[in-house]
Ligand binder design. Sequence first.
Ligand SMILES: NC(=O)N[C@@H](CC(=O)O)C(=O)O
Ligand SMILES: [Zn+2]
Ligand SMILES: [Zn+2]
Length: 356
Amino acid sequence: MNNSIRELTLLQPDDWHIHLRNGDALATTVPHAATSFNRVICMPNLVPPVKNADDARAYRERILHQLADSNISADRKATFDPRMTLYMTDHTSVQDIEIAAKSGIVQAVKLYPAGATTNSADGVTDILACADVFAAMEKYNLPLLLHGEVTHAHVDIFDREKRFLDEVLVQIIANFPILKIVLEHITTSDAADFVLAQGNQVAATITPQHMMLNRNHLLLGGIKPHLYCLPILKRETHQKALLNVATSGSSKFFLGTDSAPHATDKKEAACGCAGCYSSPTALPLYATAFDSIGKIDKLEGFTSRFGAEFYGLPVNTNTVTLINTPMQVPTHYPYFDGSTLTPLMAGETLPWSIKG
Ligand SMILES: NC(=O)N[C@@H](CC(=O)O)C(=O)O
Ligand SMILES: [Zn+2]
Ligand SMILES: [Zn+2]
């Protein structure tokens, strides 16, 4: 690598998997997301969850209200477009799907196996019993977004994603061959290979942490609660495989930060919450990851083209410029009620930053 200043102008990225939360959290999360992204797919695991089109519309209004109140630039305000998801439960009906599909604001339906992750208690208990709902999603071309882990108590946490592929996902795909599916936040080479082996209706998002870090970062030399997310970081071979597919130019893999804020004290605890907060520095993080193996030329497809293509949306027309001027990730951000958020790689220096 040479030492000259390099700049990289990208079509403005979209984040196809983000947790903005609700209430007072929005004052922090919305401007952070809107600074880097145009479209964001807002996860529905609020308390209570976003279960139908009316909930989604009301949630979107709260986000847009917060956007209007924030002091980011008028340009960024104008292009920010939160796209909503429904939280699938055992009670989701075909009618819920029909109404959502026609609402114009619901982009997808999210399935959490019950108990798999943060705020998933209302998730689906018997996925293969949801045939009529999947059929309706197929009919209306509404994608299914998966937290792809089995939840049986006896299955080892490091095996849960692979078991989901073999025991659940193969059956969903076999029964609903044209249903669009995104396997969210993939963590293993098994998941990457699985997605590559499917038709173009199956894609995956990859977070910055899963392509930059592995379980040694989480557990060696002291436990690092801010690197704990679900699905949990895996071994280095998986991390490398994810970085390789993300930078391969395959349009099946695209940006989804899974930025998932939990106040610092809720993570630095005897029973710490799962989730990494990465949204404000996601672009420098991904640029750093791609550049680490000489693949920065593949960044724009991953950040700004493949997700839009998968969802059948136009690519953005505005741009953002990254520059290889180092930046320090803040040690924390103010959150609500006097708490803070500690971001992914807090205090570390990244070689790339956003220009201007
Ligand atoms: N990824 C996480 O570890 N946590 C997410 C939930 C999720 O995406 O699974 C959250 O909402 O906190
Ligand atoms: Zn998840
Ligand atoms: Zn998530």
